[in-house]
Design a binder for this molecule. Structure first.
Ligand code: SF4
Length: 121
């Protein structure tokens, strides 16, 4: 797993752990030991994947964002096992494209493994 994917995964775990309280962006970057630039990129990627939402908030006299998980998840472990979560081809993957979920081996394997173990989906 690349550092980028690793940070995204760690960020997602942190955000999920905070539940409905969410977490300020700056606090999350500190927990991740990431720079604000690196943290902002992670945040934007997770937002583009429709996993988080950011709400503007005034904190200590400065505008920032509080980050919340967008979708309630059954279990973080099952989410993190979905191959699309940290796939380098996410932005190029389309149903009728050259890279497609219809022909994706990792996704097919994951789907079949969940069919065999339905309690993990
Ligand atoms: S379907 Fe396959 S190629 Fe497409 S995003 Fe998911 S893991 Fe990546």
């Amino acid at each position: 797993m690349s550092r980028r994917d690793d940070l995204e995964e760690q960020a997602l775990k942190i955000i999920i752990d905070k539940g409905s309280d969410g977490i300020l962006q700056s606090a999350m970057w500190r927990e991740l030991k990431a720079s604000s630039r690196e943290g902002s990129r992670i945040s934007l990627r997770l937002e583009a994947k429709n996993l988080i939402k950011r709400e503007r908030e005034l904190s200590k006299g400065r505008w920032t964002y509080r980050i919340f998980i967008k979708k309630r998840l059954i279990a973080i472990d099952s989410l993190l096992e979905i191959p699309c979560m940290f796939c380098d081809y996410t932005y190029r993957c389309e149903l009728d494209g050259e890279i497609s979920p219809a022909t994706c081996v990792p996704l097919t394997k994951w789907l079949f493994s969940n069919e065999e173990n339905p309690e993990t989906s």
